[in-house]
Design a protein around this ligand. Structure first.
Ligand SMILES: [Zn+2]
Length: 1110
């Protein structure tokens, strides 16, 4: 694969440390005890307790002496809001004296120390001859130990051992929490004084509002699949088993046993851990593809790509679809596996059976792409199922959460090089889950050597020892772990929920904290310039926040604050006791400071009325402003200062190019060059101001989310850095206007509702570990790489996706399986420190054909898209385009040369890769990477942001939209969900030849849906669904389906609503006639067709064939 340049990473280029420079007020982060930040109004939270550990090294904090802020006279408080005159930009009349000038400002952050750069992917020697013998060369043989059993087992106790060496060059000096992925040695853990285990506190993990219940039930069924190599015990879970309670007395000599607290699911169904094992067929529902490949033979049907229904009826559905259906399909189904699953005696033979390759798997069926025209399956493509023994696969991680580009891992790097396919992981770690096992325990069991969390893929040597599946160290089973809260029995460590669930959440004991968990803190930074007021967004924002103010995630400590800005910065004193909000204007934007640091962020509960008053008055407050300038940079600096003591979330709303003060930008786009430019310039930031500020924010646990609402060029390539490196999100509403773009307004409203109410994790870090021999080297997403493999996420939200690239450093030839574990440590909005752990297990294979048969074409496409974004920025767009095309050429060449035994004419692909050229062509025509078409630079950059940031499911809709004919929907094959009938039209190829003037077609691109109405559309559809008498009467700006009481209307709305329910954001709908202006947007997604500047699918295939046969 010609992807030599695909190796940049987020955080690259940060080799130097970013200090705040000679900035003002360099208050040392590690402040002296007794110095107050003036946060006296925080009832229960001291942002920087004196107990905080000492700085870990010299020279890391600004050491310049403290300097006071400018004198008070340099700012003037504004008037009371109700008397605000018509020109808000001016510092105004004297008003009642303030409670006092600020004595100093909150601390600046110290310089974050970016992690060392990743080593580039190593050049590898030419691949040796590859044996294409079989899976699992010596399956009977247990895993060769890469360790020596320690005859002197380590003492019992918490896994935090001083002797445990830190992993990697941890350089998170700035951010104390950054080191928390690893528990501190007791000597450094200030809060580690033996916390009592929680006993009866209710733990809930509600899904984000507006989310359909997605269920993990199917693959986290407890009890049905014992962990590998365990002493197998028949399944003991019984229906009607009493709820968890206190353990029987006696069995646990060391302290009280942990309490397992299942999450009450919203539907009232029992939690995974308490659920009796449903029939096995049920598990198949949540697992895409056939219900686990049975041992010893390949399934007769592949995990995807079937035009007919897969054996299970539902198994060819999209995972999201299965998830949506899952709660409604609990009816007993044939249970094929004997109760209790295979015992240990069966396990090894079953692995052995895997090596018997009896026939060519469907995934390797040869497809001549030039001849097979209809490659798309009728329903969205599911993830392939890893070729693992059924009992392992049954408890494997949900592919919606954790997915690998190759579901069979090559044994060596040279084998991987020969296959020429990208190797990487795609993660959606904080996805909303309706059922998530939550464990409270004073001891979280982890490997003493590599810190891996105990998981379903470890092996128990006996009841007292378990072997790590990542580093193979043998660890002791802590006494506490001997008690199983699920079965309420003693001596079954292998049946603990941690060993039965590939996704699990722990409530962290105090050694996972360096300071008390921060409260939920929300700061809103609002553009109120003339341009902003013109768009009318402020009204929507304020109304949305008013509507959802009681649904903001948080607890009694939750704080909020507001800053508005144009050419000056406006603060709002919301101090309890004031009769109305008080506006304070700072016009000295070059040297920004906080006028009343302790009354700008206030407790939401205590000051709710003032906050509501402010939100009601804000939209009109600036109604007549003529101020056109935008001092965004200064506003961000002010917001950073305000949030620094606590951390939190900064939500920035911007409507124009910032043009005043620090961070000011100039337009870099020449609209006339959009289509003709040889290569696209200005994809990288114009200034490092936003990146530096983002790194400062990251160091202080502040994430910045950017809402960009603008018709003009705003230089998203520069502005976006503020979110990218602080783990924020970017929302973009081009040409937003409250009157002219009703669909945008609707999407903004729905997005805001989701944004304000979705789950949020604060001060988070994520670490991804993998089995020894594998190496993670490049990360994609929004975060900052704080040490080699520790991602700093000041906020984590359920809509964020991540990707990583991997290489194989040591041969894996003595391994049958490898594992990957993502651990996300975060503070919940209720102030709990929690750890969410996902573990994925995949087989290791030694032959190219096995590697190919396990290829996950969607995951490969998603990872290549991330790599291509980096390549576009670091090299050039044309480079990135070439690399993507080469990825298709290289993999198919390798397949032809190394796997195909009989050479045939044509462009040949294994069935599992048959969509690869189509997806690559789709990427080349995607807004992010297309050429020869007029594409606004901000639109292009935003598409790049989305490709890097969205979870794979949504990114794939963006890359290859789904097209359906909807004028003839029927109930045939429909789903039935909550007594609603959801029609299931088949997915059509993206070609105009699939359109018909007599029909109506829905295109789902992820964030936008288009409903194209043919000129001769059947009158029945027009009247019964759109409520118009004829085609000419279809309005130009229709973006809602009227709620008509007809069967056709109900079907259509049910289908559109069901599609929307499957994603957390709100796709807008545009109804377009054939002559509509938006028709071009619809048609440009017809990926298979030729355009003036791009090849048709068939031409692209011919091009590939030409290159491959060279
Ligand atoms: Zn380990």
């Amino acid at each position: 694969m010609s992807t030599a340049g695909f190796n940049s990473q987020n955080g690259t280029g940060t080799g130097q440390t970013y200090a705040n420079g000679p900035s003002q007020n360099p208050v040392a982060l590690q402040q002296l005890p007794g110095v107050s930040y003036g946060m006296t109004h925080q009832p229960s939270y001291n942002p920087m307790p004196a107990k905080a550990p000492p700085p870990t090294g010299p020279g890391l904090y600004p050491s310049a002496p403290y300097q006071p802020v400018p004198p008070v006279s340099s700012y003037q408080p504004g008037p009371q809001i109700t008397s605000y005159p018509s020109s808000p930009g001016q510092p105004l009349l004297p008003r009642p004296p303030l409670s006092g000038p600020p004595s100093h400002t909150p601390p600046q952050s110290a310089s974050p120390s970016p992690g060392p750069r990743m080593p580039p992917a190593q050049a590898t020697p030419p691949p040796p001859a590859v044996s294409s013998s079989s899976y699992y060369p010596s399956p009977q043989q247990p895993m060769a130990p890469a360790w020596q059993y320690n005859t002197a087992p380590p003492p019992m106790g918490p896994p935090t051992s001083i002797s445990t060496p830190p992993r990697g060059p941890v350089a998170n000096h700035v951010n104390p929490a950054a080191s928390l992925a690893e528990p501190l040695p007791p000597s450094l853990a200030p809060y580690s004084t033996a916390p009592p285990p929680r006993v009866s506190q209710s733990v809930t993990q509600p899904p984000g509002p507006g989310m359909p219940p997605t269920s993990m039930l199917g693959y986290t069924q407890p009890g049905t699949a014992p962990p590998p190599m365990n002493p197998m015990v028949p399944n003991t879970y019984q229906p009607g088993r009493p709820a968890y309670g206190p353990p029987p007395t006696g069995p646990s000599p060391i302290g009280p046993p942990p309490i397992m607290k299942p999450t009450p699911p919203p539907t009232g169904t029992p939690v995974a851990n308490t659920t009796p094992p449903p029939p096995k067929g049920d598990a198949g529902l949540a697992q895409p593809g056939p219900p686990g490949r049975h041992l010893g033979h390949y399934p007769s049907l592949p995990p995807g790509y079937q035009n007919a229904s897969a054996p299970h009826g539902t198994s060819s559905m999209h995972p999201a679809m299965q998830a949506a259906m899952q709660p409604y399909t609990q009816a007993p189904q044939p249970y094929q596996q004997p109760p209790g699953g295979p015992g240990p005696a069966q396990l090894s033979p079953s692995l052995a059976a895997m090596s018997l390759q009896s026939s060519t798997p469907e995934a390797l069926r040869v497809v001549n792409l030039l001849q097979e025209r209809n490659l798309l399956p009728p329903t969205p493509v599911p993830a392939p199922t890893p070729c693992l023994p059924q009992d392992l696969q049954k408890i494997n991680c949900n592919p919606e959460v954790f997915r690998c580009t190759l579901t069979s891992i090559p044994q060596t790097q040279s084998l991987l090089n020969k296959a020429k396919m990208p190797l990487g992981l795609l993660l959606h770690p904080f996805k909303d889950l309706s059922q998530l096992p939550v464990v409270t325990s004073s001891t979280i069991v982890r490997c003493r050597s590599c810190r891996t969390y105990i998981n379903p893929f470890v092996s128990f040597l006996d009841q007292r020892r378990w072997k790590c599946n990542l580093c193979y160290r043998v660890n002791d089973v802590p006494e506490e772990f001997m008690y199983n809260p699920v079965s309420r029995s003693y001596g079954e460590p292998h049946k603990r929920p941690e060993v039965q669930n590939a996704t699990i959440e722990f409530i962290a004991p105090s050694e996972y904290m360096l300071r008390p968990p921060q409260p939920a803190v929300y700061l809103f930074v609002l553009d109120v310039s003339h341009n902003a007021v013109e768009t009318g967004y402020l009204n929507v924002f304020c109304q949305s926040l008013l509507d959802n103010i009681n649904a903001l995630p948080g607890d009694s400590r939750t704080k909020v604050g507001f800053i508005t800005f144009d050419s000056t910065i406006h603060f709002y004193n919301l101090q309890e006791g004031l009769s109305q909000p008080q506006m304070l204007i700072v016009s000295d934007i070059e040297d920004i400071f906080l006028p009343t640091p302790d009354s700008l962020l206030v407790n939401l509960n205590e000051c709710k009325e003032l906050v509501q008053d402010l939100l009601k008055s804000l939209p009109t407050l600036f109604g007549k402003t003529m101020e056109t300038q935008s001092a965004l940079g200064s506003a961000l600096q002010a917001a950073f200062k305000l949030l620094s003591p606590t951390g939190g979330r900064m939500s920035v709303f911007q409507t124009q190019l910032p043009n005043l003060g620090v961070g000011a930008l100039q337009s870099r786009e020449d609209p006339n060059q959009r289509a003709s430019a040889k290569d696209i310039q200005h994809l990288s930031p114009a200034t490092d101001f936003y990146k530096k500020l983002a790194l400062d924010c990251s160091g202080q646990q502040v994430a910045v989310d950017l809402f960009l609402l603008s018709a003009q060029y705003c230089d998203l390539a520069s502005l976006g850095c503020i979110s990218r490196y602080s783990a924020g999100s970017v929302y973009y509403y081009p040409s937003y206007h409250h009157q002219h773009s009703p669909a945008q307004v609707e999407r903004f409203q729905k997005d805001l509702k989701r944004y304000l109410t979705r789950k949020i994790g604060f001060e988070a870090v994520m670490r991804i570990r993998c089995t020894k021999g594998l190496s993670i080297h490049t990360f994609h997403g929004n975060f900052f790489v704080r040490s080699t493999d520790l991602l700093s996420l000041p906020n984590v939200n359920p809509d964020a996706g991540f990707a990583v690239q991997m290489s194989i450093e040591d041969n894996l030839d003595d391994m049958q399986v490898v594992s990957f574990q993502a651990a996300l440590l975060y503070t919940s909005s209720k102030g709990e420190r929690r750890i969410r752990v996902h573990t994925l297990c995949l087989p290791v294979v030694s032959s190219l054909s096995d590697i190919f048969s396990g290829a996950d074409v969607q995951a490969m496409t998603g990872l290549l898209a991330c790599m291509a974004v980096d390549r576009s920025v670091t090299a050039s767009l044309s480079d990135a385009r070439d690399a993507m095309t080469n990825a298709a050429i290289d993999s198919l060449t390798s397949y032809r040369q190394s796997v195909l035994t009989i050479q045939q004419p044509g462009l040949l692909a294994p069935a599992c890769l048959r969509l690869f050229p189509l997806y690559i062509l789709a990427l080349l025509k995607q807004k992010a990477f297309r050429t020869g078409t007029s594409t606004r630079l901000d639109d292009r950059v935003f598409a790049m942001c989305q490709l890097k940031y969205q979870p794979l499911f949504y990114a794939m809709l963006m890359i290859h939209p789904a097209l359906y004919r909807v004028d003839d929907l029927t109930d045939e094959g429909a789903l039935n969900i909550n007594e609603r009938t959801i029609p299931q039209p088949r997915v059509l190829q993206l070609s105009v030849e699939k359109l018909s003037r007599e029909g109506a077609f829905l295109m789902d691109t992820g964030t936008v849906m288009y409903l194209w109405i043919g000129r001769n559309c059947h009158p029945n559809f027009l009247t019964q669904v759109l409520g118009v008498p004829n085609y000419a009467a279809v309005p130009e700006n229709l973006y809602l389906l009227p709620e008509l009481d007809t069967a056709e209307s109900q079907r259509t709305r049910a289908f559109v609503g069901w599609l929307r329910d499957q994603r957390p954001f709100y796709p807008s709908l545009h109804v377009i006639r054939d002559e509509s202006q938006l028709k071009a947007n619809f048609m440009q997604n017809m990926i298979e067709d030729r355009t003036a500047s791009a090849l048709s699918y068939y031409e692209f295939l011919l091009h590939l064939q030409q290159q491959i046969s060279k």
